[in-house]
Ligand binder design. Structure first.
Ligand code: ZN
Ligand code: ZN
Length: 356
């Protein structure tokens, strides 16, 4: 499996005529060799790979790393990279420009005077854009875990409770169910705070009749989940019901349109045009969704500016919303995997307007 993942590097070797690529981003390292620790580097040449770590990680690397020789480097990692470059005549080495600091680049340039360092842009992260079956299983697993966690704390969402208490109960429930942690700081935004798409849980007390948007996700085995529900605590106003219904239809239309070959821009427009037709086009200010995997937000991006087309194996969120300043907001989000002829929804919380 990891060997197949490394095949996705071939196009970079060809396009940039590289002898090797140096990875320091831990998500890419985990993807390519399995190491899940918090410090290391991976040098991949056309026919070999070396995982470099210090003595704190050699035992973990021996358990986790596949398809790369483990080299314990001390005291300066760059010296090991320099030695490998000389030994294997690596004359053009690509590096992750989006994940390399200026000082690290300078040090590398100084130590490798005869080597050309080739800047590889954010498109290098595209090696992870289509998920394989192992990754899809992990994403499905963490999505199910977090949807079930929400279901089991729904009864705690009621007037008189603080937003932060809901966030804490949800996080605790995820941990009880085996999550390694939360995927991000949960958004719990009630009443007028719902107009803030990224309203992190505050100490505001939820009032009767308010909508509450809960955007949540878990982290397990390196993979993230991401899902949003908007519920009502007591009977909401008719306008709240109206915008919930519009967002839900936009969300459903977009999910029905997911298939290989559709442009991410075109998919965004499916939801956006419906919201626009209903008169709320000015109140849906963000993109329709994003890729998710070893990062919460990764490629592809679903927005009016996207140029990518969906392919089988991509895992993306579908999350339209309407945000009315001074009133509140609604967002509904699911995570889906693109299949051969459509998609499979991985998240499973009820998306009807629940009145709690
Ligand atoms: Zn979300
Ligand atoms: Zn999201």
């Amino acid at each position: 499996m990891l060997k197949n993942r490394r095949c996705s590097l071939n196009s970079f070797f060809e396009e940039y005529t590289l002898d090797a690529v140096l990875f320091t981003d831990l998500r890419n390292i985990r993807y390519l060799c399995g190491f899940s620790g918090s410090e290391g580097a991976l040098l991949v040449s056309r026919d070999s790979a070396w995982f470099l770590c210090d003595s704190r990680y050699t035992a973990q690397a021996a358990e986790e790393v596949t398809g790369a020789e483990i080299l314990e480097c001390a005291p300066i990692r760059i010296d090991t990279i320099v030695a490998l470059a000389h030994e294997h005549q690596l004359e053009r080495i690509g590096f992750e420009a989006a994940h390399t600091t200026v000082s690290a680049f300078r040090k590398l340039s100084e130590k490798l005077p005869g080597v050309e360092l080739v800047e590889l842009g954010a498109n290098l992260d595209e090696i992870r854009i289509c998920k394989d079956s192992v990754e899809i299983d992990r994403l499905a697993d963490v999505a199910t875990l977090s949807s079930l966690a929400l279901a089991s704390i729904l009864s705690e969402i009621k007037p008189g409770v603080r937003e932060i208490d809901i966030a804490l109960a949800l996080e605790l429930e995820m941990r009880r169910r085996g999550a390694d942690g939360k995927a991000f700081d949960f958004i719990v935004a009630s009443g007028v705070r719902g107009a803030m798409p990224h309203g992190r849980a505050s100490d505001k007390i939820i009032q009767s009749g308010e909508l509450v948007t809960i955007d949540f996700g878990a982290l397990k085995d390196g993979y993230h989940s991401d899902e949003t529900v908007t519920v009502a605590c007591g009977e909401p106003e008719s306008r709240a019901r109206e915008i919930h219904s519009i967002v839900r239809t936009a969300h459903d239309l977009a999910i029905c349109a997911v298939r290989p070959g559709i442009g991410c821009k075109e998919l965004d427009e499916v939801a956006r045009s419906y919201i626009r037709e209903k008169g709320y086009g000015d109140y849906f200010g963000h993109g329709l969704g994003h890729g998710i995997g070893l990062e919460v937000h990764e490629m592809p991006t679903l927005s009016p500016r996207s140029v990518t087309e969906l392919e089988e194996g991509m895992v993306v969120t579908i999350e339209p919303g309407i945000y009315l300043p001074g009133f509140g907001g609604v967002r509904i989000e699911d995570t889906v995997v693109v299949t051969g002829d459509g998609c499979r929804v991985l998240t499973s919380a009820d998306k009807q307007l629940l009145v709690l």
